[in-house]
Design a protein around this ligand. Structure first.
Ligand code: GLC
Length: 640
């Protein structure tokens, strides 16, 4: 598109003449100019009648909207950028909580009060279009303190159980709805191809078919039985999910990121059409088939072009050929990355098919720029109407007009016995036993452990809910320490063998010890999210290696638990342990880890990623092509 001369730099007289012309054009572009929008909308306006077909309600409401009201619906702001009155004056379509965007206090009631407050403003506008609130409930309602935090997707990929994933989607919906939020930016259906990526743990698998099955299962669980949003009248809006990040977020190549000091996150994925269709598209085909109502665009690029600018993939492929009828939301300021000129970036992104812009800060500038672009004919009115129709369609479908307020009765499901049991089951099913040797010729394999015998526990990750949960928990990046309620690995072991039979020393410097007993060493990655977790080395910390070494000197039998968001490089000390278990990022219910360690649950977890020997072997495609041999292949996992 030719570069537009920015009118802000013209002489003022010229500028006002130009602006007058643009206004006239704007009126022409909006069809027959209305003298003024109707002040009061009749109570029997068709769009207010829930018995009418959704498409009829959409058409009627659209016909009553001004251009500013339409662009307001396309605007999503982060709650911290929404001042009192903004929802109303900007006719905002959506508000979100970014990672860690919790109210104070961080309680279900405070969440519901905050969001109902935004809703009251939206319902007081001329047309009374409800605001749609979104949050990243990516492994439970992970911004809510004392919610049930489930294993991150890499663990669910190791469990490989679609029904379990569906049930987790449903449980996550209940705890999210309880706080007034009907929209989650999940599941991430990335097909991760390089564990150096800081978002690997958000990916179910390196295998697109596994990602497709589990992503669709989560969508069906979160949105409801048949995967299409359908409101249960009077109980609050029905929940909607997001397939993200469209597409190829997990296929970027190391060293191609242009964002800050990120190395691979938001980088460039390259390939031909055959690769796109075989490796990257299947999860979106299944997500559309499962009835997903929103798709989020990826920050990354495809063959050197930002995904937010890819009309051929968003408008033509996703909406056209795949027949996606929901709406497309940008990622966090993702459209800004298209071009250094904001006007050009917004025009390109919206014309490519983005329907809602996660701005997320300066809504006024966005609305002004898009209004100008419509007046100038750079964004066709038809594109605006398509975007707004999609947004309204989803809002009508989910019953947001009929039941816009929080469904507070669901607060009883938060950390309910049922949800905790489900999380514990998911943790157990996600454990992958990578090694289980007998320490001597005349002894049996170390696992399962004897629940009547003494156990020594070491490792900095053994008693740390924050490490267990990883990123996207309480804060965007997560945080080490007692950040929320739950059971640590150490507490779970104590529960299994009794406190009197459990000794814990983080560095394995036990004052007294019985060297014939078992030592369980729990090591792990400190929490991270997105590009902050991009890692060149993927290695254990020196502290963890030191703890493993001392444990191996002090005990005849050592079991190593690895709490990581991805396969990591295990050096000789780690590999020499008698047993090794990949526990991934299990979340708050580590009882599931002990259930496998002590034989209450037989291990069934299988690797959903090839496990590397060294980073020189990457990316994963080289394992998949046979060019490299992994330490343990995808599908590997021991049992007894
Ligand atoms: C982030 C992530 C995206 C998330 C969004 C809102 O930058 O890329 O996954 O849904 O912003 O928090």
């Amino acid at each position: 598109m030719k570069k537009r001369r920015d009118v802000r730099f013209l002489p003022s007289a010229t500028r006002s003449a130009v602006f007058a012309c643009l206004c006239v054009l704007a009126l022409a572009a909006c069809g027959s100019p209305k003298a003024a929008p109707e002040k009061r909308v009749p109570a029997d306006a068709p769009y207010k009648d829930a018995k009418r077909p959704v498409e009829e309600r959409v058409a009627d409401l659209l016909s009553r909207m001004t251009l500013e009201e339409k662009i307001g619906q396309m605007t999503q702001l982060e709650k911290g950028s929404v001042k009192s009155g903004d929802v109303r004056t900007l006719s905002l379509g959506s508000v979100l909580s970014g990672g860690g965007g919790s109210p104070r206090p961080n309680t279900p009631a405070a969440w519901a009060d905050m969001i109902d407050g935004f809703q009251d403003e939206a319902l007081s506008t001329r047309l009374g279009i409800p605001v749609l609130y979104g949050v990243d409930s990516v492994h439970g309602h992970n911004n809510l303190r004392n919610a049930t935090v489930f294993p991150h997707n890499i663990g669910l990929g190791a469990a490989g159980d679609a029904e379990l994933t569906r049930a987790i989607g449903a449980a996550t919906a209940e705890e999210t709805l309880a706080t007034g939020i009907p929209w989650t930016f999940a599941p991430c259906v990335a097909v991760a191809r390089d564990p150096r990526w800081g978002r690997t743990y958000e990916s179910f698998s390196q295998d697109p078919l596994a990602v497709s099955a589990l992503g669709a299962a989560f969508i069906r669980g979160f949105q409801g039985a048949d995967g299409t949003a359908g409101a249960a009248p009077g109980t609050g809006p029905s929940p909607i999910a997001t397939a993200k990040h469209f597409l190829g977020d997990g296929a970027a190549r190391w060293g191609t990121s242009l964002t800050g000091n990120y190395k691979i996150d938001q980088g460039d994925a390259t390939g031909d059409d055959a690769y796109l269709r075989a490796a990257l598209l299947p999860p979106y085909i299944e997500a559309v088939n499962a009835g997903v109502r929103t798709v989020m665009v990826s920050f990354s690029s495809w063959n050197g072009v930002k995904m937010h600018a890819q009309k051929g993939l968003i408008a033509d492929l996703l909406k056209g050929r795949l027949g996606f009828t929901g709406f497309v939301v940008s990622d966090w300021g993702g459209m800004d990355q298209i071009d250094g000129d904001y006007y050009t970036a917004m025009v390109t992104g919206i014309n490519a098919g983005v329907d809602m812009n996660m701005v997320p800060y300066d809504g006024r500038t966005f609305i002004q720029v898009v209004s100008r672009a419509v007046a100038a004919g750079d964004i066709p009115m038809g594109r605006i109407d398509d975007a707004v129709s999609r947004i309204l369609r989803v809002k009508f479908e989910m019953g947001l007009f009929e039941a816009p307020k929080a469904n507070r009765a669901l607060a009883s499901t938060i950390r309910s016995a049922e949800h905790l049991a489900l999380a514990r089951e998911a943790v157990a099913k996600s454990q992958v036993v990578l090694k289980n040797a007998a320490p001597s010729a005349d002894s049996s394999a170390v696992l399962p452990l004897d629940p009547t015998a003494k156990v020594y526990v070491a490792g900095g990750a053994a008693d740390n809910i924050g490490i267990q949960c990883g990123g996207w928990t309480m804060e965007w990046q997560g945080r080490s320490g007692p950040i929320t309620e739950g059971t640590t690995v150490l507490e779970a072991i104590r529960e299994a063998v009794g406190a009197e039979n459990t000794s814990y020393e983080a560095q394995a410097r036990f004052a007294e010890r019985d060297r014939s007993a078992v030592c369980v060493v729990v090591v792990g990655e400190l929490p991270y999210a997105e590009g902050m977790g991009d890692s060149a080395a993927l290695s254990l910390s020196a502290g963890d290696i030191g703890t493993i070494e001392l444990a191996r000197k002090s005990f005849d039998r050592v079991v190593l638990l690895v709490l990581s968001g991805r396969p990591i490089v295990l050096g000789s000390e780690a590999l020499a342990c008698d047993a090794i278990v990949a526990s991934w990022l299990p979340g708050t219910e580590a009882g599931g880890v002990a259930d496998v360690l002590f034989g209450k649950v037989r291990p069934t977890g299988r690797l959903s990623f090839d496990w590397l020997k060294t980073v020189d072997q990457l990316p994963q495609d080289r394992f998949m092509s046979g060019a490299e041999t992994p330490l343990w292949p995808v599908g590997f996992g021991l049992s007894w």
